[in-house]
Design a protein around this ligand. Structure first.
Ligand code: KPL
Length: 311
């Protein structure tokens, strides 16, 4: 199967390497330094001994490149632009799996794909979520940093695409399941990100330390607000189930630095808007108290600004 991994960050690289290792024909799309590194030495997977994986990487998709499916792993704020780029480059509409953190991803992707010329864009978009952790040690060098799960939704217009990706990911060694209620899984993942990412990003701690105070308490306060918003939107989770999800992921990815911490430390924009910002907007609409979330957003914005000023 020909797979385009659009967004060669840590997660895209981990998926791309594993799929290529399992025999899929993988093309990665990433930044110039990354593409140059992969051209020079392949994609390196770091463990006790480094392993090189042969695959193609491009800065932009050469027009006319076709694929059986696309794994979209760009940051949430780049989804629309990625949609335009994909619809412009691919010769015909192709299933696109959106694996981002946060809320409001599909409308952005559909809008981008439509602007790029796919009139029936909604027929080609499939949402998924995952908790697979990874770290980009250097351009073209990725380190798996724990275990996680992939959950794929189904688009009734292209149900077989989900089965194909599920089989490919399973053969590549990932725990993967398919659901007919991806909206609930997206909320479950948002709860996890809302609790883990701002606390780890603010305090510079790996995910595993979230089980310790005072971070545990901060994560629980964020989770409590996110749970209220989810319920107001029609997605009820038992608090114990949600806590289990948050601290279960924190333990399974203990040595991992959350994507928000990586972004803050590298002076990049974080996904705070699509995670905490989206929750805050909904919470306000429902008249819910959102003090912990508001504080977390301010702290992350401050971190982003500090890093940018120090550059
Ligand atoms: O999604 C993640 C992220 O860092 O954005 C988790 C699963 C929390 C792993 O760190």
């Amino acid at each position: 199967m020909r797979v385009i991994v659009f967004g060669a960050g840590a997660v895209g690289s981990r998926f791309g390497a594993a799929l290529a290792d399992a025999g899929q024909e993988v093309t990665l799309v990433g930044r110039p330094a990354y593409v140059a590194a992969v051209a020079a030495h392949g994609l390196v997977v770091r463990s006790e001994s480094d392993r090189q994986v042969g695959l193609r990487a491009w800065e932009v998709l050469p027009p006319g490149t076709s694929a059986d499916l696309v794994l979209l792993t760009v940051k949430s704020y780049d989804v629309r632009a990625a949609g335009i780029a994909l619809a412009t480059a691919l010769p015909s509409p192709t299933p696109v799996f959106a694996l981002q953190n946060g809320l409001g991803i599909e409308p952005d992707l559909i809008e981008g794909l439509r602007s790029g010329g796919w009139a029936d864009a909604a027929q080609w978009v499939v949402r998924g979520v995952h908790t697979v952790p990874a770290r980009l040690v250097a351009p073209g060098v990725v380190q798996p940093t724990g275990t996680g799960e992939v959950v794929l939704g189904r688009n009734p217009a292209i149900p077989e695409a989900t089965e194909r990706l599920r089989d490919a990911l399973a053969a590549a060694g990932f725990a993967v399941r398919v659901t007919d209620d991806i909206a609930r899984e997206v909320w479950r993942k948002v709860l996890v990100n809302a609790a883990i990412n701002p606390v780890t990003g603010d305090h510079g701690i790996p995910n595993g330390r979230l089980v310790e105070e005072p971070w545990r308490g901060q994560a629980k306060a964020l989770l409590a607000e996110a749970l209220q918003v989810a319920a107001a939107e029609g997605f009820r989770f038992e608090p114990a189930e949600a806590e289990q999800a948050v601290f279960g992921v924190a333990r399974a990815t203990a040595s991992n630095r959350s994507s928000m911490l990586e972004d803050v430390e590298r002076g990049r924009r974080t996904e705070v808007d699509s995670i905490s910002g989206a929750l805050l907007a909904l919470g306000r609409r429902h008249g819910l108290p959102m003090t912990a979330t508001e504080r977390a957003i301010v702290r992350i914005r401050t971190r982003e600004a500090e890093r940018n000023a120090a550059r």
